[in-house]
Design a protein around this ligand. Sequence first.
Ligand SMILES: Cc1cc2nc3c(=O)[nH]c(=O)nc-3n(C[C@H](O)[C@H](O)[C@H](O)COP(=O)(O)OP(=O)(O)OC[C@H]3O[C@@H](n4cnc5c(N)ncnc54)[C@H](O)[C@@H]3O)c2cc1C
Length: 376
Amino acid sequence: MANLLLAGGGHAHLMVLRDLAKLTRRGHAVSLVSPSPWHYYSGMGPGLVGGTYAPKDLRFDVKRMAESGGARFVAGSVARIEPQARRVILDDGRGLGYDVLSLNLGSRVALPGVVPDGRSVFAAKPVEGLLAAHSRLETLLSGGGVVRVLVAGGGPAGVELAGNVLGLAARRGGRAEVTVLAGSTLMPGAGPRVKRLAGDSLVRRGAQVLTGVRLAGVEGATARLGDGSLREFDLLFLAVGVSLPGIFAESGLPVDASGALTVNRYLQCPAHPEIFGGGDCIHFAPGPLDKVGVYAVRQAPVLAKNLGAALAGRPLAPFRSGSRGYLLLYNLGDGTAICAKYGLPLSGRWAFRLKDAIDRRFMRAFQVSGEAQARE
Ligand SMILES: Cc1cc2nc3c(=O)[nH]c(=O)nc-3n(C[C@H](O)[C@H](O)[C@H](O)COP(=O)(O)OP(=O)(O)OC[C@H]3O[C@@H](n4cnc5c(N)ncnc54)[C@H](O)[C@@H]3O)c2cc1C
């Protein structure tokens, strides 16, 4: 029987993790390697900052999912892959062999030279870091003074984080001075109406949105902006877009310009047919995909099916990304959201209720290890 190694317990692996018993009952040995026993659902991350959600609302117990499905959980991070030896090396030097490897290592939000410290500088990803940001905000807001929050990045994550900081401050009766360093423009890639709805919501609630301004560096609690000016802050969020780990290129695997693992329509690495991948960490060669959780989740059933097929020597199924795009819902943190699809973006409380219902339904489908009742 074969040996399957799942690297990373992200969105694209949730289906295979939930249905693991199908593989282990056939005698396959399965291991999951992940730095944490928990995986956090990013769609609800900004709501965690705003206090709408508690950690148990948005996390999956991937360790328990693995173990209850008969797999082994290995706490650790993949540092390197040795495809010729069919072995993965972890950051502490341990080696894990495989017959079939599936990579779901996600992406990070990083800015060279700016290091999240869990106290005043936080990155939008990994999402578990936002938990500490929420606690810190609560502490600062309860101090009574004005809390100066800088959000670097004006994309969806930056807008949602800024909106949720404002929402938390309003609900706590605190004062937050929120500045969004939007880079080229607020909500790049979105249509003019989404840009306007997002900007109006933030500005109406007192935020300052600086377009054409980027974060250039940080010294202590002072940010250096691209125009040379300095800004002091109490809390800084990095939401500057995603970057990928250099692991694949360093391991000699085929990658695109961003370092994402190149896969074919079967989510399979063409140079090493025993390696598969899904989510933000792959480059889908048949047609590049946005780095959104929607695609990781859509890939999950195909990945699960193909891993089973690869172990059994059966034919693989292709992944179809869908031609109708996807529904975008942005949580503005004040009980409203922007709904963008079908060419007519709208915002309102109904849009947040829709997002909340979709997100909670997704959580229910994969929170199969008692997370909702679990320890905080
Ligand atoms: C604030 C925010 C809000 C977002 N909201 C939405 C949204 O509403 N809708 C949407 O579609 N997209 C959203 N996104 C984008 C979404 O987060 C990503 O597209 C999604 O997380 C990709 O899923 P993934 O499984 O590829 O990676 P991830 O969710 O990043 O999961 C990767 C997993 O791999 C693990 N891992 C990482 N490195 C290693 C390693 N070296 N070894 C082993 N394990 C490792 C991590 O711990 C993690 O559990 C949002 C992003 C942010 C930052």
